[in-house]
Design a protein around this ligand. Structure first.
Ligand SMILES: [Zn+2]
Ligand SMILES: [Zn+2]
Length: 283
């Protein structure tokens, strides 16, 4: 059965995210490696890294993914922003590597009106530059599926296939599937037929072996809305059935899946959503 958890705040120190995930009994975690709305951050010091790794071990060593800063736009029209984004990605790769985290989740980016083709080419170039500058290690870059709002890339599976195929370092790339985003992009998962068709499409176009991580969110908006609004599990337009197929699919029984749904400081919403998800698992 899949490992279920949530995105947690690193407020008070990066290790505090592990305290929070333990509090809701989660078995998968996503974090930001720094304030996600600032370019600059202090480098991680040895002490911080050690505390984090010890806590991680105590928790059980479940999978942790870093979600990169929202400022990063690998497809940016503006050259300066693209350059900053490449350095931003390098910094995130460094931090992931220092913390021993395997997955780095990044949005493909926004083409700023220049069109999908040019946008995708820039994404490939930016990733190649970052990997060449950073050198090789074990961190995998997972490109996240998006709802396709405005000029953002990543709402069609073909776009991921293109990036992975064209990139010189395709073995360093994978995808993160967000249930709300694919639904908002027009891929239905609400009944068995549509769920199976969507998974078949991912398999045929990208390859299931490229899926590294999942975001489990219900959607406030309709199928194909292209508007990204997260809702609590079962309370949105996807509803419980889609999550039931995904959670019981043997293809993903060893995958880690995290919530990115709204919550307060006491985390009671996460507890409730995790309870709902667990109740859908038949085995
Ligand atoms: Zn994201
Ligand atoms: Zn979203």
């Amino acid at each position: 059965m899949p490992y279920l958890g949530a995105h947690m705040s690193i407020s008070g120190g990066i290790h505090r995210a592990i305290d929070r995930i333990k509090k809701v009994n989660g078995k998968a975690l996503q974090i930001f490696s720094k304030n996600q709305r600032q370019w600059k951050a202090r480098p991680l010091d040895g002490n911080t890294i050690e505390i984090f790794k010890n806590k991680w071990r105590e928790w059980g060593g479940y999978e942790i993914a870093i979600h990169t800063s929202y400022l990063i736009n690998l497809a940016a029209k503006n050259k300066e922003i693209r350059k900053k984004s490449i350095y931003g990605l390098i910094d995130e790769l460094n931090r992931a590597s220092q913390l021993g985290i395997k997955y780095l989740i990044v949005h493909p980016g926004s083409h700023g009106g220049d069109g999908t083709d040019l946008g995708l080419k820039r994404v490939v170039n930016s990733i190649e530059s970052a990997i060449e500058e950073r050198g090789s290690d074990n961190v995998l870059i997972l490109l996240e599926t998006t709802s396709g709002q405005g000029n953002s890339l990543g709402s069609r599976f073909e776009e991921f296939a293109y990036i992975i195929e064209k990139c010189k370092y395709s073995d360093r790339l994978g995808v993160c599937i967000d249930t709300a985003h694919i639904f908002q992009a027009g891929y239905d998962i609400r009944d068995e037929m549509s769920y199976k068709r969507t998974i078949e499409l991912i398999d045929k176009i990208i390859g299931l072996d490229k899926i590294g991580f999942f975001h489990l969110n219900d959607s406030k908006t309709e199928l194909g809305s292209k508007v990204d609004r997260h809702e609590h599990i079962g309370q949105g337009k996807i509803g419980l059935s889609g999550f039931r197929y995904l959670l019981n699919d043997p293809l993903f029984k060893n995958h880690s899946m995290v919530l990115e749904t709204p919550k307060g400081k006491d985390l009671k919403e996460d507890k409730r959503n995790l309870k709902v998800l667990n109740s859908l698992i038949n085995y």
